[in-house]
Design a protein around this ligand. Structure first.
Ligand SMILES: O=c1ccn([C@@H]2O[C@H](COP(=O)(O)O)[C@@H](O)[C@H]2O)c(=O)[nH]1
Length: 233
């Protein structure tokens, strides 16, 4: 039984480099995530190689399409045996319901299915450019409500929204939070950020952490420092 909130985001264009890092990591200390870049480059074979190394995997492909297409995509993810996968909540209620229904035959072997609300790179100002005139926090709440109505397991949001999400949607509604930045680290393209310790205190269930670990001089040391700061030991 793995009991760690850390999910390391592997955004590499080089498979050997990614496997080199994975081979230093302990599956008890973190889960792994691959997204559009690595899955497009290396495909299901990479999923197999990660599973062979004993890690649970979040397949972060953020499906967003018509219901029939998304249902088939999440079925394909389930066939790969991944731990978690996701869709965009803005794909709508019918799309999310179709995705959820597609996973029913897998029973307790189904991946956790979560929905992306508002990307952590986005600010209130960027939402206005999309014609969304409420704040990011309000839009997250609206999409989380739709996600819960569709019966999904939880959402991707920023840790800044975590406290309100837990109190509104309950403890069983899983919160996966990227945009995690240890104090002093570079925000990069992330806008709604929080430190690992504050994110857990706010109620985040899983912390998705990429560059603060993968781009660190010593990635293993960076991961261990975060793990220890969370009192996981
Ligand atoms: O709202 C979202 C949804 C997904 N992500 C993904 O998480 C990681 C974050 O990486 P960092 O290097 O720690 O910024 C990345 O793979 C994104 O695709 C997100 O950041 N925000």
């Amino acid at each position: 039984m793995i009991d760690t909130p850390i999910v390391v985001a592997l955004d590499y264009d080089n498979k050997s480099e990614a496997l080199g890092l994975i081979d230093q990591l302990d599956p008890q200390m973190c889960r792994l995530k691959i997204g559009k870049e690595m899955f497009t480059l290396f495909g299901p074979q990479l999923v197999t190689e990660i599973h062979q190394r004993g890690f649970e995997l979040f397949l972060d492909l953020k499906f967003h399409d018509i219901p029939n297409t998304v249902a088939k995509a999440v079925t394909s993810a389930a066939e790969l045996g991944v731990w978690m996968t996701n869709v965009h909540a803005s794909g709508g209620l019918a799309m999310m319901q179709a995705a959820k229904k597609a996973l029913l035959p897998y029973g307790d072997k189904a991946p956790l299915l979560i929905a992306v609300t508002v990307l952590t790179s986005m600010s209130d100002e960027e939402l206005i450019l999309l014609g969304i005139t409420c704040t990011a926090a309000e839009q997250v709440k609206r999409l989380a409500q739709l996600t819960q109505q569709a019966g999904l397991d939880g959402i991707v949001c920023s840790a800044q929204e975590a406290r309100t999400m837990k109190s509104t949607f309950g403890d069983d509604f899983t919160l996966v939070t990227p945009g995690i930045r240890p104090a002093g680290s570079d925000k990069g393209d992330q806008h709604r950020v929080m430190t690992p310790v504050d994110a857990i205190a706010a109620g985040a269930d899983y912390l998705v952490i990429g560059r603060p670990i993968t781009q660190a001089k010593n990635p293993l040391q960076a991961l261990e420092a975060i793990y220890t700061s969370l009192n996981c030991r």
